[in-house]
Design a protein around this ligand. Structure first.
Ligand code: GAR
Length: 208
């Protein structure tokens, strides 16, 4: 059974999708053992508590820079003996002290079709604002491994939705969450826990 630690910063709808998937048996061979939040007021913490999942708060604001913060996260992950780290709406870029030690063991959900609308500064609603500003006709979400470059790690799964003429960033965000993020994130986690993601030349492939 793989030990899953989920990192959050906000509302936690993706965490909820993972909890629901765990309860209904969609996540095979893995269990969420701790939720770590960078934000003490994140609603995601309530979701964890409501489901008897231990929580830990490591407030980003209390650390002077990303490197110091990342070391604290690294200590927590090591203490928890995490086999898989899931960034589910985690709004801090982790330093390479974490991404190197947990190479191909950290999964992130990004709300766009990487390599579009990604990298530093592209997070949350901003991503959808930029997609609408550009006028793209499809968007979606990407589940990928995390490496030392923001949103540049190996892609595991991607899913697409249509963009509609009257979309606002909020409406597009919701469509992408409902149709892609909440389904593909638990699916990728389950695949990882069953050792069904293979890495060849830095690219990820799902095996049968
Ligand atoms: C989700 O749309 C997630 O893809 C995005 O923030 C939202 C968090 O929602 N993540 C990023 O932009 C990370 N770069 P949630 O807290 O309800 O899961």
């Amino acid at each position: 059974m793989k030990n899953i630690v989920v990192l959050v910063s906000g509302g936690g709808t993706n965490l909820q999708a993972l909890i629901d998937a765990q309860k209904s048996g969609i996540i095979k061979n893995g269990e969420i053992t701790c939720v770590i939040s960078s934000n003490p007021n994140a609603y995601a913490l309530e979701r964890a508590k409501n489901n008897d999942i231990p929580t830990k708060i490591i407030p980003r604001k209390e650390y002077p820079d990303s490197v110091t913060y990342s070391h604290e996260i690294l200590n927590a992950l090591n203490e928890l003996k995490a086999d898989l780290v899931v960034l589910a709406g985690f709004m801090t870029i982790l330093d390479e002290c974490v991404t190197k030690e947990y190479a191909y063991k950290i999964i992130n959900v990004h709300p766009a079709l990487i390599p579009s609308f990604c990298g530093e500064g592209f997070y949350g609603l901003k991503v959808h604002e930029k997609a609408l500003e550009y006028g793209v006709k499809v968007s979606g979400a990407t589940i990928h491994f995390v490496n030392e470059k923001a949103d540049a790690g190996a892609i595991i799964l991607q899913g697409v939705v249509n963009v509609k003429k009257d979309d606002t960033p909020e409406i597009l965000q919701r469509r992408i969450m409902e149709n892609v993020e909440w389904k593909l994130l638990p699916e990728a986690v389950s695949l990882f826990c069953q050792d069904r993601i293979e890495i060849i030349n830095g690219k990820a492939y799902v095996t049968e």
